[in-house]
Design a protein around this ligand. Structure first.
Ligand SMILES: Cc1cc2nc3c(=O)[nH]c(=O)nc-3n(C[C@H](O)[C@H](O)[C@H](O)COP(=O)(O)OP(=O)(O)OC[C@H]3O[C@@H](n4cnc5c(N)ncnc54)[C@H](O)[C@@H]3O)c2cc1C
Length: 356
């Protein structure tokens, strides 16, 4: 197994309590011992009426080879692959995929421009068809047991797993500008690589300040030169201002108060000096926080920015715990998240006991 620089990955054969592969066959748990077995006997099935299309309420209380937390591109790809490998797998998803507000997913080969909910619908159907169990809900806690993990669900009986994949993603923090959320994903964007191509030669307002402002604005020059940088009241270094203005960028140190427009199409940015800058799109440099609570509680090492550290096979620093997608330090893109989910699935499959 490859390790992170600095030897952060602990090898399972170095005295770690590496979980064994409790299996599920035909809905009955087999070979689960210790806490897992005792818990199983105590488990109640959740109320069926509270569940939606994605749910498999009968799955609660079982032992799985793998529980995947998060049903975005990373988690669903891992589920599909592990189900193909005939591993018993449960995906628990709280339904807050990061890009749900977006008009379409770009740079996803074979599905360019697909609506995010359609990508999820297909992914869920494919994972379910392959044999994965999918469940709406929120994983409240995961605890390591002698032979695996106990996974506590917010609204149901716990389940057990031999391996865990964390694919919990990020929460974006939008700038505090009135009406911005109404346009986010249709004409207000944060990712030039994802949505830059949609603003070809059109008027764009860039909301950014500090160290990132120059680089972020220059990045957008690949698609349009009709750029106005608004620094939200923050001062700008005079050298940076001069370089941007030489490149044709208008620089404003005013504060954007409000977006104007209709039906998802922004038409202008109202500034605090009373002027409205007309535009066809807005890009802002985003802040976010990782959903790393479960990883932290399991003892996984995090980066200074709060991402879960993984090795090239998506193994975290905790044996049996893998992570994939935006929760890890990576380029944040759906296809990359999916690829990481696949890598995690291969690593998990190979780490579990052979079915023979
Ligand atoms: C507006 C916007 C537009 C974008 N456009 C593009 C684009 O065009 N192309 C592109 O490649 N990328 C795009 N991205 C980035 C892309 O959406 C992400 O890289 C991708 O969704 C990451 O996938 P993921 O599976 O890691 O996380 P997510 O898709 O965010 O899924 C994580 C899931 O985990 C669930 N979860 C979290 N904690 C728990 C818990 N404790 N229990 C149960 N479930 C939990 C969440 O509810 C969520 O459903 C865009 C992002 C945004 C915000």
């Amino acid at each position: 197994m490859a390790g992170l620089p600095g030897g952060l990955v602990r090898e399972p054969d170095q005295g770690e309590p590496w979980p064994t592969g409790a299996r599920v066959a035909n809905g009955r748990e087999q070979g689960l011992d210790g806490v897992g077995t005792r818990k199983q006997k105590e488990m109640d099935m959740p109320d069926k009426e509270t569940h939606t299309e994605m749910d498999m309420p009968d799955e609660a209380g079982r032992a799985y080879d793998v529980v995947i937390v998060g049903g975005g591109p990373a988690g669903l790809t891992a589920a599909l692959s592990l189900a193909h490998c005939r591993r018993s797998v449960l995906v628990v998803d709280a339904g807050e995929q990061r890009n749900l507000a977006s008009h379409g997913v770009h740079n996803y080969l074979g599905l360019e421009g697909v609506a995010p909910h359609e990508l999820l619908r297909r992914g869920r159907a494919e994972a379910r068809e392959a044999g994965a169990a999918l469940r709406d809900g929120h994983v409240a806690a995961i605890q390591r047991r002698a032979t695996g993990f106990a996974v506590a669900l917010e609204d149901g009986a716990p389940v057990t797993a031999s391996r865990v994949i964390l694919a919990t993603g990020l929460v974006d923090v939008l700038p505090d500008v009135e009406h911005l959320p109404e346009f986010y994903g249709t004409s207000v964007f944060h990712c030039p690589f994802c949505d830059g191509a949609t603003v070809d030669d059109r008027r764009v307002v860039v909301l950014s300040w500090g160290d990132r402002a120059e680089g972020f604005t220059r990045e957008l020059c690949a698609w349009t030169r009709r750029l106005t940088l608004v620094t939200q009241g923050h001062p700008i270094d005079e050298g940076v201002r001069a370089r941007l203005e030489r490149g044709g960028v208008t620089v404003r140190t005013d504060c954007a108060l409000r977006l104007e427009g209709r039906d998802g199409q922004v038409a202008g940015v109202a500034l605090d000096d009373g002027e409205t800058v007309p535009c066809d799109a807005v890009f802002f440099s985003i802040a976010h926080r990782t959903r790393a609570e479960l990883a932290r509680a399991l003892g996984c090492a995090l980066t200074a920015e709060g991402y879960v550290r993984v090795d090239p096979r998506q193994q975290t620093t905790e044996p049996g715990v893998y992570a994939a997608g935006d929760i890890t330090p990576t380029d944040e893109a759906a296809l990359i998240a999916a690829a990481q989910g696949l890598t995690a699935a291969v690593a998990v499959h190979e780490s579990l006991p052979s079915p023979f």
